[in-house]
Write a protein that binds this ligand. Structure first.
Ligand code: AKB
Length: 327
């Protein structure tokens, strides 16, 4: 497939945890006017709203999505709109609708309008029963036990189908839990790894909804942004995989995370009250083998638990001192 240039990007789900920071990074790189942020309901931050174009559109509404794409001559859609694992288990039908129908709508638009690219993230949630949990391979059994996981496996298959059947350039990566200091995550199982920093700064104590020895793959937001943009910009002809790259960075238990925070805040205490999210966490890998991403498009993360913890606590500590921890 001849490589087309990315010139005008639509970020659907731009108000969420990853979308909000990705949009700003893309605006810095491609020019503010060339990155259209798009949201469904949640009010965008001042920074997001004022730094470039913003549109209201829901990925489940194909007509509205098309109007926005045509209005701005969009050639690339990044579909960050999703219902995550924990909320998805409360409303599985909604998770399917947003995650699958929303993705099909963007892929169909790519076909109809001959777009340059669609990128839609997948997740470690595609894994489940029967696959190795340590260094989980790129190719293995995909039997997720959550609707979020089911929808993400379907999304990966759909991306690969549109590549093969229609020649659409569709790409995706399996995000681990993403940790960030700007926008709070909404409704995932890995949310504890963000909440713990806020509570350490605010209250010096945190009650975690999974057990101390729960170990999951995680990633700091700057690496997540870098990986996403690197995959967007990778040479399509060098990709053997498309919608399903494993993406590794770090892996730690809640106990190890708490110990890393305690190095900076010795009084910090964590207690444990596991809820329904424990079962979800226990069904996911503890670490992933991302050699395909490294080989095919040069993926390399930069952060580890200590460097991330120092940066998170500095950022949140400064905001807390200014009385705007939650902005
Ligand atoms: C979740 O916990 O649902 C997400 C994910 C790992 O995709 N953060």
């Amino acid at each position: 497939m001849p490589k087309k240039e990315i010139k005008k990007i639509l970020v659907a789900g731009s108000v969420g945890q990853i979308g909000s920071e990705l949009t700003l990074a893309l605006r810095a790189k491609y020019g503010a006017e060339n990155v259209v942020a798009c949201g469904r309901k949640t009010k965008p931050s001042k920074k997001l709203k004022e730094s470039g174009p913003f549109e209201w559109a829901d990925v489940t509404d194909p007509e509205k999505l098309k109007t926005v794409c045509q209005k701005h001559a969009i050639d690339t859609i990044i579909n960050m709109a999703a219902i995550l694992s924990a909320v998805g288990e409360k409303n599985p039908q909604l998770a399917w609708h947003v995650n699958v129908t929303g993705l099909i709508n963007t892929l169909e638009l790519a076909r109809e309008l001959d777009l340059t690219q669609v990128l839609c993230p997948s997740s470690i949630a595609v894994f489940g029963a029967g696959c190795p949990r340590v260094d989980t391979p790129q190719e293995t059994v995909l039997k997720p036990t959550t609707m979020y996981g089911v929808s993400k496996v379907t999304g990966e298959l759909l991306c690969d189908y549109y590549v093969r059947r229609y020649g659409v350039d569709a790409r995706g990566l399996r995000y681990p839990g993403i940790i960030s200091a700007e926008t709070l995550p909404g409704g995932g199982t890995t949310d504890y790894a963000v909440e713990i920093y806020y509570k350490a700064i605010e209250e010096r104590k945190y009650t975690c909804f999974v057990k101390e020895d729960t170990r999951l793959p995680m990633m700091y937001m700057p690496d997540c942004i870098k990986g996403t943009i690197d995959l967007m910009e990778a040479d399509f002809s060098k990709l053997d995989h498309h919608g399903d790259f494993n993406l590794g960075s770090m892996s730690f238990s809640v106990g190890e995370l708490a110990a890393a925070i305690k190095k900076h805040i010795p009084a910090f205490e964590v207690s444990y009250e596991p809820d329904y999210r424990q079962e979800i966490a226990d069904s996911w890998p503890q670490s992933v083998d991302d050699s395909a991403a490294r080989r095919e498009w040069g993926w390399t993360p930069s952060h580890n638990l200590d460097s991330m913890t120092e940066d998170m606590l500095t950022k949140l500590g400064t905001r807390h001192a200014e009385g705007r921890l939650y902005h």
